[in-house]
Design a protein around this ligand. Structure first.
Ligand code: ADP
Ligand code: ADP
Length: 223
């Protein structure tokens, strides 16, 4: 059962060709990772999937073409991205940032219980302003807010960027539990080890093209 299907997708910013014919299918419940160096096109792919960028080719979510919906429709249908920039409101409390996650979709009480159970630090700091949180805690908050929207497909753009090892373990456990809950995950990552440890399948992106595809065990063998 395919939840997301990407077929020959091209995206350019003026003369910069950021995606150059990407093909990728994600089955319901899978955790698929797109890895690649800085500038490979990971964020461009994440943003095309989330309806933020125009593209050539086809991307369908639950059978419907992405560029025929607006981003808010996609959120309503369960496609949620936690962006690399995190997009938190620093002057608002942790809990108010989480509350925003249910603006379009998600049951506040039910989701809050799940998020606080997943990341207890957020509950301990629920009244603190988001800007007073450490980098790692802000990342938890950004993921937590995405979870408030009750995702069916969660797109995570570089969730490990700049994080200390201790926090990385918490995020790592969190991602496993999100998948156990039945959420399909697309994990865009520069951290190859982190991606290898979580993904059912890996796609190596270089200069806007998927140059390698397969389960982590296969990719490990010929590196
Ligand atoms: P990644 O997420 O893998 O680091 P990006 O998708 O951010 O890669 O970038 C892919 C390519 O597109 C890079 O060459 C980058 O410089 C370029 N790019 C990204 N965003 C823009 C933009 N808004 N305008 C122009 N070029 C961009
Ligand atoms: P990391 O980079 O691993 O996320 P930091 O070194 O940024 O961690 O923060 C370490 C600890 O200090 C965290 O528990 C965080 O809550 C606390 N902390 C960091 N910045 C602030 C701040 N401005 N106000 C209160 N606590 C802070």
């Amino acid at each position: 059962d395919t939840i997301l299907s990407i077929d020959d997708v091209h995206v350019s910013y003026g003369k910069v060709q950021a995606l150059n014919g990407v093909d990728l299918d994600i089955g319901t419940g899978e955790l698929i990772s797109v890895i690649g160096p800085n500038g490979a096109g990971k964020s461009t792919l994440a943003n095309s999937i989330s309806g933020f960028l125009p593209y050539d080719g086809s991307i369908t979510y639950k059978g419907e073409e992405i560029d025929e919906s607006d981003p808010e429709d996609l959120v309503e249908r369960g496609l949620i991205q936690c962006t690399e920039k995190r997009d938190l409101f620093g002057f608002m409390s942790v809990e108010d940032n989480l509350d925003l996650g249910t603006y379009v979709r998600g049951d506040y009480d039910e989701r809050l219980e799940f998020v606080y159970d997943l990341f207890p630090t957020l509950e301990e700091r629920k009244d603190q302003h988001a800007h007073t949180m450490s980098g790692g805690e802000q990342q938890m908050l950004a993921i937590g807010r995405a979870l408030m929207s009750d995702p069916e497909l969660l797109v995570l753009d570089e969730p490990t960027l700049g994080l200390a090892p201790v926090i990385l373990d918490d995020i790592s456990e969190g991602i496993d539990r999100i998948q156990e809950e039945g959420v399909t995950i697309l994990l865009c990552e520069q951290n190859v080890t982190f991606a290898m440890n979580h993904a059912d399948r890996i796609n190596l992106l270089e200069n806007g093209e998927v140059v390698r595809q397969g389960p982590p065990s296969e990719l490990r063998d010929d590196d």
